[in-house]
Design a protein around this ligand. Structure first.
Ligand code: SF4
Ligand code: SF4
Length: 328
Protein backbone atom coordinates (compact mmCIF):
# COMPACT_ATOMS: atom_id res chain seq x y z
CA UNK A 1 0.00 0.00 0.00
CA UNK A 2 1.27 3.45 -0.89
CA UNK A 3 2.14 5.80 1.96
CA UNK A 4 0.36 9.14 1.91
CA UNK A 5 2.42 12.32 1.76
CA UNK A 6 0.52 15.61 1.91
CA UNK A 7 1.83 18.60 0.03
CA UNK A 8 0.60 21.64 1.92
CA UNK A 9 1.27 25.14 3.20
CA UNK A 10 1.47 26.35 6.78
CA UNK A 11 -2.18 27.47 6.77
CA UNK A 12 -3.40 23.93 6.14
CA UNK A 13 -1.14 22.28 8.71
CA UNK A 14 -4.05 21.32 11.01
CA UNK A 15 -5.89 19.67 8.13
CA UNK A 16 -2.78 17.68 7.17
CA UNK A 17 -2.12 16.61 10.76
CA UNK A 18 -5.72 15.43 11.24
CA UNK A 19 -4.99 12.71 8.71
CA UNK A 20 -2.28 11.21 10.91
CA UNK A 21 -4.06 10.52 14.21
CA UNK A 22 -2.71 13.71 15.73
CA UNK A 23 -5.30 13.29 18.49
CA UNK A 24 -3.30 10.33 19.82
CA UNK A 25 -0.66 12.94 20.78
CA UNK A 26 -3.09 14.38 23.35
CA UNK A 27 -1.69 14.36 26.89
CA UNK A 28 1.72 13.14 25.66
CA UNK A 29 5.04 14.82 26.24
CA UNK A 30 6.26 15.26 22.64
CA UNK A 31 9.83 16.07 21.60
CA UNK A 32 9.76 18.17 18.44
CA UNK A 33 13.04 17.12 16.85
CA UNK A 34 14.51 20.23 15.28
CA UNK A 35 17.93 21.36 14.08
CA UNK A 36 18.08 24.90 15.46
CA UNK A 37 20.98 25.93 13.24
CA UNK A 38 24.71 26.50 13.53
CA UNK A 39 25.83 30.04 14.33
CA UNK A 40 25.81 32.16 11.15
CA UNK A 41 23.71 29.61 9.23
CA UNK A 42 20.70 31.40 7.73
CA UNK A 43 18.49 28.60 6.45
CA UNK A 44 17.29 26.60 9.47
CA UNK A 45 13.55 26.46 10.31
CA UNK A 46 12.72 29.81 11.90
CA UNK A 47 11.03 30.35 15.31
CA UNK A 48 7.98 32.02 13.70
CA UNK A 49 7.23 28.89 11.75
CA UNK A 50 8.14 26.56 14.63
CA UNK A 51 5.55 28.41 16.71
CA UNK A 52 2.83 27.34 14.27
CA UNK A 53 3.77 23.67 14.76
CA UNK A 54 3.97 24.03 18.54
CA UNK A 55 0.54 25.67 18.56
CA UNK A 56 -0.97 22.88 16.43
CA UNK A 57 0.36 20.29 18.89
CA UNK A 58 -0.87 22.23 21.92
CA UNK A 59 -4.29 22.55 20.31
CA UNK A 60 -4.76 18.77 20.47
CA UNK A 61 -3.61 18.68 24.10
CA UNK A 62 -0.03 17.53 23.50
CA UNK A 63 2.86 18.86 25.58
CA UNK A 64 5.52 19.70 22.98
CA UNK A 65 9.10 20.82 23.56
CA UNK A 66 11.87 21.46 21.06
CA UNK A 67 14.66 18.93 21.20
CA UNK A 68 18.10 18.43 19.69
CA UNK A 69 21.46 16.82 20.53
CA UNK A 70 24.97 18.23 20.62
CA UNK A 71 27.39 17.76 17.71
CA UNK A 72 30.65 15.82 17.49
CA UNK A 73 32.76 18.56 15.87
CA UNK A 74 34.15 21.56 17.70
CA UNK A 75 32.12 24.75 18.03
CA UNK A 76 29.40 26.15 20.23
CA UNK A 77 26.94 23.33 19.61
CA UNK A 78 29.47 20.77 20.85
CA UNK A 79 28.22 21.29 24.42
CA UNK A 80 24.73 21.49 25.90
CA UNK A 81 25.43 24.97 27.32
CA UNK A 82 26.87 26.23 24.01
CA UNK A 83 23.96 24.89 21.95
CA UNK A 84 21.48 26.46 24.40
CA UNK A 85 23.15 29.82 23.83
CA UNK A 86 22.80 29.36 20.07
CA UNK A 87 19.09 28.54 20.38
CA UNK A 88 18.57 31.81 22.24
CA UNK A 89 20.57 33.79 19.67
CA UNK A 90 18.42 32.21 16.93
CA UNK A 91 15.21 33.20 18.73
CA UNK A 92 14.08 29.81 20.06
CA UNK A 93 12.84 31.09 23.41
CA UNK A 94 9.69 30.17 25.34
CA UNK A 95 8.36 33.63 24.68
CA UNK A 96 8.78 33.26 20.90
CA UNK A 97 7.68 29.67 20.37
CA UNK A 98 5.46 28.83 23.36
CA UNK A 99 7.39 25.83 24.68
CA UNK A 100 10.70 24.95 26.30
CA UNK A 101 13.87 23.97 24.45
CA UNK A 102 15.84 20.90 25.55
CA UNK A 103 19.36 20.07 24.39
CA UNK A 104 20.79 16.82 25.70
CA UNK A 105 23.53 14.32 25.05
CA UNK A 106 22.71 11.34 27.22
CA UNK A 107 21.52 8.16 25.60
CA UNK A 108 20.57 4.50 25.61
CA UNK A 109 22.20 1.81 23.45
CA UNK A 110 19.99 0.30 20.77
CA UNK A 111 21.18 -2.42 18.41
CA UNK A 112 20.10 -2.33 14.78
CA UNK A 113 21.53 -4.55 12.04
CA UNK A 114 24.32 -5.73 14.36
CA UNK A 115 25.50 -2.23 15.26
CA UNK A 116 25.04 -0.28 18.50
CA UNK A 117 23.67 3.27 18.42
CA UNK A 118 23.30 5.44 21.51
CA UNK A 119 19.85 6.98 21.02
CA UNK A 120 19.18 10.25 22.88
CA UNK A 121 17.19 9.64 26.06
CA UNK A 122 14.44 12.06 25.05
CA UNK A 123 13.90 10.20 21.77
CA UNK A 124 14.23 6.76 23.37
CA UNK A 125 11.72 7.51 26.12
CA UNK A 126 9.12 9.23 23.94
CA UNK A 127 6.10 7.33 22.66
CA UNK A 128 5.11 10.21 20.34
CA UNK A 129 7.55 12.29 18.29
CA UNK A 130 7.14 15.21 15.93
CA UNK A 131 9.88 15.73 13.34
CA UNK A 132 10.26 19.24 11.98
CA UNK A 133 12.97 19.08 9.34
CA UNK A 134 14.50 21.58 6.96
CA UNK A 135 15.38 19.81 3.69
CA UNK A 136 18.73 20.79 2.18
CA UNK A 137 21.94 19.38 0.73
CA UNK A 138 24.66 17.76 2.79
CA UNK A 139 28.38 17.36 2.25
CA UNK A 140 28.47 13.71 3.41
CA UNK A 141 25.03 12.34 2.65
CA UNK A 142 23.95 14.45 -0.32
CA UNK A 143 20.61 15.22 1.31
CA UNK A 144 19.64 16.29 4.81
CA UNK A 145 16.01 15.33 5.47
CA UNK A 146 13.95 13.45 8.04
CA UNK A 147 16.14 10.32 7.94
CA UNK A 148 19.25 12.34 8.62
CA UNK A 149 17.58 14.44 11.31
CA UNK A 150 17.30 11.26 13.39
CA UNK A 151 20.11 9.14 11.91
CA UNK A 152 22.66 11.74 12.96
CA UNK A 153 20.66 14.24 15.02
CA UNK A 154 18.89 11.71 17.25
CA UNK A 155 21.99 9.98 18.58
CA UNK A 156 24.67 11.07 21.03
CA UNK A 157 27.95 12.75 20.18
CA UNK A 158 29.89 9.52 20.76
CA UNK A 159 27.73 7.61 18.29
CA UNK A 160 28.00 10.44 15.75
CA UNK A 161 31.78 10.24 16.01
CA UNK A 162 31.76 6.47 15.59
CA UNK A 163 29.55 6.69 12.51
CA UNK A 164 31.90 9.17 10.84
CA UNK A 165 35.01 7.20 11.76
CA UNK A 166 33.52 4.03 10.30
CA UNK A 167 32.99 5.81 6.98
CA UNK A 168 36.62 6.80 6.57
CA UNK A 169 38.54 5.37 3.60
CA UNK A 170 40.82 2.35 3.79
CA UNK A 171 43.33 2.45 0.97
CA UNK A 172 43.92 -0.53 -1.33
CA UNK A 173 47.33 0.02 -2.92
CA UNK A 174 47.01 -2.76 -5.50
CA UNK A 175 43.91 -1.17 -7.08
CA UNK A 176 45.01 2.47 -7.01
CA UNK A 177 46.01 4.12 -10.31
CA UNK A 178 46.95 7.45 -8.65
CA UNK A 179 44.35 9.28 -10.73
CA UNK A 180 43.80 11.72 -7.79
CA UNK A 181 40.00 11.88 -8.22
CA UNK A 182 39.58 11.11 -4.50
CA UNK A 183 41.77 14.07 -3.64
CA UNK A 184 39.88 16.39 -5.97
CA UNK A 185 36.44 15.52 -4.56
CA UNK A 186 37.41 15.51 -0.87
CA UNK A 187 35.61 18.53 0.65
CA UNK A 188 38.17 18.70 3.48
CA UNK A 189 41.42 18.40 1.50
CA UNK A 190 42.36 15.36 3.54
CA UNK A 191 43.93 13.29 0.73
CA UNK A 192 47.22 13.92 -1.02
CA UNK A 193 48.03 11.90 -4.13
CA UNK A 194 51.37 12.00 -5.92
CA UNK A 195 52.78 9.94 -8.78
CA UNK A 196 53.13 6.81 -6.69
CA UNK A 197 51.88 7.72 -3.23
CA UNK A 198 48.52 8.16 -1.50
CA UNK A 199 48.19 9.79 1.92
CA UNK A 200 45.29 10.50 4.24
CA UNK A 201 45.42 13.25 6.86
CA UNK A 202 43.23 11.68 9.55
CA UNK A 203 43.10 14.97 11.45
CA UNK A 204 41.26 16.55 8.51
CA UNK A 205 39.15 13.55 7.40
CA UNK A 206 35.49 14.01 8.40
CA UNK A 207 34.48 10.49 7.41
CA UNK A 208 32.04 11.58 4.74
CA UNK A 209 32.92 8.78 2.33
CA UNK A 210 32.79 11.01 -0.77
CA UNK A 211 36.26 9.83 -1.86
CA UNK A 212 35.15 6.18 -1.74
CA UNK A 213 32.00 6.88 -3.73
CA UNK A 214 34.00 8.63 -6.45
CA UNK A 215 36.91 6.18 -6.83
CA UNK A 216 36.07 4.14 -9.92
CA UNK A 217 38.95 1.70 -9.42
CA UNK A 218 37.98 0.15 -6.08
CA UNK A 219 41.06 1.76 -4.60
CA UNK A 220 39.19 2.67 -1.42
CA UNK A 221 36.72 0.96 0.88
CA UNK A 222 34.91 2.02 4.06
CA UNK A 223 36.58 1.27 7.35
CA UNK A 224 33.21 -0.06 8.55
CA UNK A 225 30.28 0.92 6.32
CA UNK A 226 28.81 3.56 4.03
CA UNK A 227 27.68 6.52 6.16
CA UNK A 228 24.28 6.46 4.46
CA UNK A 229 23.79 2.86 5.60
CA UNK A 230 24.65 3.59 9.23
CA UNK A 231 22.51 6.71 9.01
CA UNK A 232 19.52 4.56 8.04
CA UNK A 233 20.29 2.11 10.87
CA UNK A 234 20.62 4.90 13.45
CA UNK A 235 17.34 6.47 12.27
CA UNK A 236 15.67 3.11 12.76
CA UNK A 237 17.20 2.84 16.25
CA UNK A 238 15.51 6.17 17.06
CA UNK A 239 12.16 5.66 15.37
CA UNK A 240 11.18 2.01 15.52
CA UNK A 241 7.92 1.47 17.44
CA UNK A 242 7.25 5.23 17.76
CA UNK A 243 4.19 7.21 16.80
CA UNK A 244 5.84 9.86 14.71
CA UNK A 245 4.68 12.57 12.34
CA UNK A 246 7.17 14.10 9.92
CA UNK A 247 7.03 17.61 8.55
CA UNK A 248 9.53 18.57 5.84
CA UNK A 249 10.17 22.25 5.09
CA UNK A 250 11.42 22.22 1.47
CA UNK A 251 12.36 25.85 1.17
CA UNK A 252 15.67 27.74 1.33
CA UNK A 253 17.32 24.64 -0.20
CA UNK A 254 21.03 25.29 0.21
CA UNK A 255 24.00 23.22 -0.93
CA UNK A 256 25.00 22.46 2.65
CA UNK A 257 23.45 21.55 5.97
CA UNK A 258 22.07 23.80 8.73
CA UNK A 259 25.19 22.76 10.69
CA UNK A 260 27.32 24.61 8.16
CA UNK A 261 27.83 28.36 8.82
CA UNK A 262 28.69 28.64 5.12
CA UNK A 263 25.92 26.42 3.80
CA UNK A 264 26.48 27.90 0.37
CA UNK A 265 24.09 29.10 -2.28
CA UNK A 266 20.42 28.25 -2.62
CA UNK A 267 20.39 25.57 -5.30
CA UNK A 268 16.68 25.12 -5.95
CA UNK A 269 13.61 27.41 -5.77
CA UNK A 270 11.30 27.05 -2.75
CA UNK A 271 8.86 24.14 -3.04
CA UNK A 272 6.60 24.05 0.07
CA UNK A 273 5.85 21.67 2.90
CA UNK A 274 5.23 17.92 3.17
CA UNK A 275 3.58 15.96 5.99
CA UNK A 276 3.61 12.18 6.42
CA UNK A 277 3.89 9.43 9.00
CA UNK A 278 6.67 7.71 7.04
CA UNK A 279 10.23 9.12 7.13
CA UNK A 280 11.28 7.26 3.99
CA UNK A 281 8.24 8.27 1.93
CA UNK A 282 8.55 11.93 2.94
CA UNK A 283 12.27 12.11 2.12
CA UNK A 284 11.74 10.31 -1.20
CA UNK A 285 8.90 12.70 -2.07
CA UNK A 286 11.07 15.70 -1.07
CA UNK A 287 13.92 14.53 -3.29
CA UNK A 288 11.59 13.77 -6.20
CA UNK A 289 10.07 17.26 -5.99
CA UNK A 290 13.52 18.87 -5.92
CA UNK A 291 14.78 16.71 -8.80
CA UNK A 292 11.69 17.54 -10.89
CA UNK A 293 12.95 21.13 -10.88
CA UNK A 294 16.70 20.54 -10.64
CA UNK A 295 17.58 17.04 -11.87
CA UNK A 296 20.60 15.50 -10.12
CA UNK A 297 21.39 18.72 -8.27
CA UNK A 298 22.74 17.08 -5.08
CA UNK A 299 24.98 14.61 -6.96
CA UNK A 300 26.32 17.46 -9.07
CA UNK A 301 27.04 19.78 -6.19
CA UNK A 302 27.97 17.39 -3.36
CA UNK A 303 29.28 14.44 -5.44
CA UNK A 304 27.14 12.00 -3.45
CA UNK A 305 24.07 10.01 -4.42
CA UNK A 306 21.44 11.07 -1.82
CA UNK A 307 19.04 8.25 -2.75
CA UNK A 308 21.27 5.68 -1.02
CA UNK A 309 20.01 6.59 2.47
CA UNK A 310 16.44 6.16 1.21
CA UNK A 311 17.18 2.79 -0.39
CA UNK A 312 19.03 1.52 2.70
CA UNK A 313 16.23 2.77 4.98
CA UNK A 314 13.62 0.89 3.00
CA UNK A 315 15.74 -2.27 2.95
CA UNK A 316 16.03 -2.36 6.74
CA UNK A 317 12.31 -1.67 7.22
CA UNK A 318 12.29 1.97 8.34
CA UNK A 319 9.61 2.91 5.82
CA UNK A 320 8.51 2.78 2.22
CA UNK A 321 9.55 4.55 -0.97
CA UNK A 322 6.14 3.91 -2.45
CA UNK A 323 4.02 6.99 -1.82
CA UNK A 324 1.05 8.93 -3.03
CA UNK A 325 1.38 12.72 -3.06
CA UNK A 326 -1.84 14.52 -2.16
CA UNK A 327 -2.09 18.27 -2.53
CA UNK A 328 -4.18 20.03 0.12
S1 SF4 B 1 40.44 7.80 -6.82
FE1 SF4 B 1 40.95 5.68 -6.34
S2 SF4 B 1 42.39 5.11 -7.93
FE2 SF4 B 1 42.30 7.35 -7.95
S3 SF4 B 1 43.95 7.99 -6.57
FE3 SF4 B 1 42.13 7.84 -5.34
S4 SF4 B 1 42.19 5.75 -4.49
FE4 SF4 B 1 43.63 5.81 -6.19
S1 SF4 C 1 36.03 10.43 3.90
FE1 SF4 C 1 35.50 12.51 3.21
S2 SF4 C 1 36.84 13.82 4.40
FE2 SF4 C 1 37.71 11.77 4.57
S3 SF4 C 1 39.17 11.66 2.93
FE3 SF4 C 1 37.26 10.86 2.12
S4 SF4 C 1 36.29 12.61 1.11
FE4 SF4 C 1 37.89 13.41 2.47
Amino acid sequence: MKKVVFFTDSKKLDEALDNFYIKSFSGKSVPVKLHMGELKNKHFVKPDFTKVVVYALKKVGAKPYLFDTTVSYSGKRHTVEGYKEVTKIHGFTYRNIGCKVVIDDTGVMVNVEGRDFEVADHIFNATHIFALTHVKGHVATGLGGAIKSFGMGGVTKETKKKMHHGSRPVYKKDACTYCAVCSEVCPFEAIEVNEDSWNLDTTECFGCGVCIENCKNQGLKHKDADIQFVLACAAKACLQDKNAIYFNDINRIARGCDCDPEAGPIICPDIGYLVSDDPVAIDKASLDLIYDIKPGVFEKINKVNPFKQIKFSEEIGLGSTSYQLIKL
